[in-house]
Structure formats: structure tokens, C-alpha cells
Design a protein around this ligand. Structure first.
Ligand code: APR
Length: 231
């Protein structure tokens, strides 16, 4: 497993034009989580839920990775076996920046999942055709996104990925869903990069705290990672 883990949240994609969730103008200010991102909402609020993810998928087509995504791709290319990229984000900006093997903990917006057999189907940035059915079992599709209250099967891979981690960089996550402070206490070096303090994060457990935009912090993070890997 990699010695360096770069863990990100919505904040790393903010400068690409994608809303975060809990910032002032975040998605959860505009939409009710229980209506479009909570277990069961596809049963009682299906059309509104599918429409919400259709709109986010179409928006993805109009944005680009930012300097932080590209810098991480360059770092991974240079030190491939030593860098793991884990994200809570469901966008494909890391992929489009050239990153490989990204662990998406909460799903992936360009992909649908069969509600019966779990088979997945990539639709890119298009709307989900409501009558599209699974070729494997004939079941219906849903966004391949983890809703609140649903299982998040990728979390077991998070613990595996953190096994050998000695350097942890948290970029753009409020810590409200995945609490990384626990991991930060057990690594040699930990960097927290957000825009501002978060009530869900104990900044004192981090070696370095950078309250600035990811595109402004990323060069310093890269320097620290390279210095660490060269020791
Ligand atoms: N650069 C760096 N950090 C930023 C930037 C930026 N340009 N803009 C915002 N941030 C930071 C904010 O300071 C905040 O700490 O990004 C964080 C965004 O927090 P959230 O909106 O809570 O997003 P996130 O932590 O990814 O949410 C986790 O919650 O709703 C669920 O499944 C969803 O994956 C998501 C999870």
C-alpha cells in the first residue's frame, strides 16, 4: 500500500466550478438531503432524484480539472507506487487530469448501477434514460452514488489503503462524513487544506494546516510530499 495518501472532498473541485455541500452556497443549502440523497428517496421521490443527478452529470460536462487535480496527477505519475488518491467526490476531474486508480468512496456520477444485480453502466454526462434496463438481469438503473443511510462498500478499501500511510494530505473536506482525524494521529506527517476551520475537524492533530484555496496550497503540499519521499 502507498506511503502517501491524498484524501479529498468537494473543496478540491470547488475551483473547477462544482458546488461543495456545506459551504455558504453549497448543494445542501439548495436541496434537501432527505429528498434526493437519502436511502429510500428513489422509492418515494424517484423522478426528482434522477433529475437532480442528471443535472449534476450534465454540469460535469461543462467544467474542467483545476491546478490541484493536475498537480496530483503529475505527482502520481512521478511516484506512482507511493501515492494513493482517495476521494469522497463523485466527479471525474481526477480521471480527466490523468490520475489513475482513484478510490471513489461515495460512488461515481458518470456511472449507473442496477438496483437488482449491481451491474454498472457508464453514461458519461448524459441524462439517465428512464426506460433503460440492465442487460444483465433486466433490472432498473439508479445513479451509482452512495446516499445517506446506504452501505458504502468502498470504505473497507479506505482502511486497506491507509495501512501503510505515513504521509496524509486532506484537501477540501469538512470531515462531516469521513472523519480522517483518527488517521492523522497515526501518520508521520499530515496536512489539512481547507478554506476555513471545520467543527468536525480537530486541526491540532495535523502537522500542517493550510487555510487557503487548494490551487494555492497544492504547490506547498507537493513540495512536502517530494521532500518526504526523498528521505
Ligand atoms: N480549496 C480548498 N478547500 C475548499 C475550497 C477550495 N477552493 N472550497 C471549499 N473548501 C473546503 C471547505 O472549507 C470545506 O471544509 O472544502 C470543504 C467542503 O466541505 P463539504 O461541503 O462538507 O464537502 P465534503 O467534506 O466533501 O462532504 C463529504 O458529504 O454530502 C456528503 O457525500 C457527500 O462526499 C460528500 C460528503
Amino acid at each position: 500500500m502507498a506511503k502517501v495518501v491524498i484524501f479529498s472532498g468537494a473543496g478540491i473541485s470547488a475551483e473547477s466550478g462544482l458546488s461543495t455541500f456545506r459551504d455558504a452556497d453549497g448543494l445542501w443549502e439548495k436541496y434537501r438531503i432527505e429528498e434526493i440523497c437519502t436511502a429510500g428517496c428513489l422509492n418515494w421521490n424517484r423522478e426528482n432524484t434522477l433529475t437532480f443527478y442528471d443535472a449534476r452529470r450534465e454540469q460535469l460536462d461543462s467544467v474542467m480539472p483545476n491546478a490541484a487535480h493536475y498537480a496530483i496527477a503529475k505527482l502520481q505519475e512521478k511516484y506512482s507506487k507511493d501515492i494513493a488518491i482517495i476521494t469522497q467526490n463523485v466527479d471525474d476531474l481526477f480521471e480527466r487530469a490523468g490520475c489513475k486508480d482513484i478510490l471513489h468512496l461515495h460512488g461515481f456520477l458518470p456511472r449507473l448501477r442496477c438496483e437488482e444485480c449491481g451491474a454498472t453502466h457508464l453514461i458519461g454526462y448524459t441524462k439517465q434514460e428512464r426506460e433503460l434496463s440492465c442487460q444483465n438481469c433486466g433490472g432498473s438503473f439508479r445513479p451509482d452514488i452512495v446516499f445517506f443511510g446506504e452501505a458504502a462498500p468502498m470504505y473497507e478499501h479506505l482502511y486497506d489503503a491507509m495501512q501503510d500511510c505515513e504521509f496524509l494530505a486532506i484537501i477540501g473536506s469538512s470531515g462531516n462524513v469521513v472523519a480522517m482525524d483518527h488517521f492523522a494521529r497515526h501518520v508521520k506527517i499530515s496536512i489539512l487544506n481547507n478554506l476555513e476551520k471545520s467543527d468536525a475537524i480537530n486541526e491540532r492533530v495535523y502537522t500542517k494546516v493550510l487555510y487557503k484555496k487548494a490551487t494555492e496550497a497544492i504547490d506547498e503540499i507537493v513540495v512536502d510530499v517530494e521532500r518526504f519521499l526523498k528521505t
